[in-house]
Design a protein around this ligand. Sequence first.
Ligand code: URA
Length: 446
Amino acid sequence: MPTSSLSLNPVQIIVKKRDGGEHTREELRAFIDGFVRGEIPDYQVAAWAMAVYFQGMTPRETTELTLAMAESGDTLDPHSGLPPGTRVVDKHSSGGVGDKTSLVVGPVVASYGLPVGKMSGRGLSYTGGTIDKLESIPGWTAELSEARFRRQLQEVGLVIAAQTANLAPADKQLYALRDVTGTVPSIPLIASSIMSKKLAVQADALVLDVKCGRGAFMETLDQAQALGQLMVAIGQGAGRDVTALITQMEQPLGRAVGNALEVREAIETLQGQGPADFVELVEHVAGEMLYLGNRAPDPQAGAQMARQALQDGRAWAKFREFVAAQGGDVGYVDAPERLPTAPLQVPVTAETDGVVHRVDARAVGLAVVHLGGGRTRKGQAVDHRVGVMVQAKVGDPVAAGDLLCVVHGADEASVQEASDRLKAAYTLAPEPTPGLPVLLKRLGGR
Ligand code: URA
């Protein structure tokens, strides 16, 4: 049935992609606009997303799709109200398990006077989302008006907001649909999703944390590089400085996976007590942001500044200020044991002696979704209390009976199932194996 704005029937667009055709700019614009206006229903867009998943898109189509989504609603210029010439730097992660990086990187970078105004998302499939995590803090809100966003950026220098309804609304709608239709891990859909939001907020520079491994949508280095290169090309084509860091996501990042647990770990890290792999990632991402924001002469010097900010308390002070500015009760971050806590905390132990060769990050992420920490239906509420604390990581020797991880759950049945999944997520072997590197590759930059 033709819609008011489409000269093509949406079915023809689906069929064209299903059969491996290349969309024109006009087709993509009409399809995206029709979806945003509610003229094309979810089921047709889901079918099209599945066709894209199987058939892919050319870089030209991906760029056109990105621009159509970026321009599907309002854009936000974060510079207005800031001193002339101020650079604004943004970051984005392609999604991982235990990835609480924005909670720490934002305050680190902002503590050096480099404004960070960030639109973040909710959990997607087995990966967590920054907004879901921060909503573990009672009172904290991600729903900010544009005026409030700007005021906070001027006054605090750090804002993490949900995508406002009218900022890249096409991505907002498509993201929620992909989450529940098995169409997340598609390079063109991820690239256009991330870059549409990033281009709609007109920062000067962007650091992309492209996750690679079992807990990421890109499992191989080749796929992650392809995604990174595509996003760098889209961003540079739009006049931004863009760096993509390809980073480890074979095993969960840090130890905490699950919303409130991750907030606690972010707080520990901001207080100089973070797990080594997470701290290293924070240093790389923040270092790159400080470099692109002209606060550091090179990324290495930026990483050193980040280390300093975690040690001397300035990043922690900025985090408190940010939480309060967005309505959060600082009493909870000052005493993180008051954050939502699961009633059951059950250890999972090693059955044999050995060395940890693998902690399957996806299996851990799915266990947390099963516990209620993520969504299986569009719009579902998440349980902030639940999750997993990963104790043994790749390279660690363990003896039979030693702790592998702790399940934080709401009821016996879900804890039992999560424990079984987590046991299966661990691979132990007799021979030693090294720990996993954090940074795999750097692309783009300037
Ligand atoms: N993050 C996004 O913003 N979009 C995706 O599609 C995947 C990860």
